[in-house]
Design a protein. Sequence first.
Length: 413
Amino acid sequence: MKLPERIDRAAGGLAADAALYGLSAVFALVTALTSTLLPHRAWGAVATWGYLAAFLVVVVQLLLRKPAFRRELTWLAWGATTLLPMVVQSVQRAAGRTDRAQEEVLVAEHMGERLAHTGTPYLSREAITALPTGDQLLGYSPYQPGMAVFGLPRAAFGDFWWTDARIWFALVTAGALIAALRLLRDQVRPLQVATVFPICALTLATGGDDLPVLALCLLALAFCVPGRFGAAGLAIGAAAALKLFAFPVLAVLLILAITQGGLRRFLPGAIGLPILTLLPTFLVDGDAFVENVLRFPLGHGVVTSPAQSPFPGYLIAQAVPGGRYLALGLLVTAGLAIAVRLLRRPPRTAAAAAYLSGYGLLAAILLMPTTRFGYLMYPLALLVWAGSLTSAPTFSRPTGTTPPRSDTASYNL
């Protein structure tokens, strides 16, 4: 057994659980005391106690040597460290607080309002330029048209805590994760990394737009384990209809579907859903889509994106003459290298697809001129899930020539 596996399974998994919750409590406390972002401070003030409570429960389990209820504890910890601070902030925001949501929440809700009133979630470049200087950043919507769905409740019913886009982000995230974990036989570690890991918990409680995208990607990978490529296509297609970050995973799963003979089932959902959401918007104002989703993230908008974490791509773009083009060149080179790897050694299992997706997104995040630290949740979750997919059982429907599941001698689990 490899060292990471020994660490993961020490004391029935409780040793790693204790480290996760203990270190997360420290992270949340430091965030509450030092973060310059008020929604993050508010999250930390609540989440610290949730992580601490989970840590103490695990310590008691360690002392009793009873590694039971780990999955249930994870869901409870998610409620205490993510859902509770999210609802508290949503209620406070509905009551008039203006410092209880990240900009991406406002952007998603503005997209819903524009879609309901104009037929497109995007403002044109001319309309953004005409906004006051302080409002131009929020005039941009750098997401796929499907993200507007999360803003429709507020557009339809007004400013209530339950119309906050984060509530709907959380519902989709929870539904996708529950479905995925049923396919993985409720393994605990992949659940933890997608829920209570601080980057994911903080992101969903204060902003949240990335979590449904990530959860749908993970669901698509889980569907690939039993070869359910039709369902996998719908899941990854829904993710791609929300954000461009899902497209690298879609490309890898496309190759997997080809190698496993599932292309015809995979394509309708994987390609059809993004096209169905894009086509009406593009017909209304195609240039507005290009301005928001392509030009702005690449640094050619009216204003500059605030996503500027000090990763190599950003540092090169800032410190080297012509650095933005150099960083983009490195990004393209990395993309081509991964494409060659896909073609020469295509993935043949969902685990291999998850590993390729995780390392590919990690390279992209590190080399993008404009990026965020929180985006690391994508490769981290994908790589952890890859290990779980390796050990996940495969499924087949009993037929006249297929033995039943109860015949354990016929299955290598």
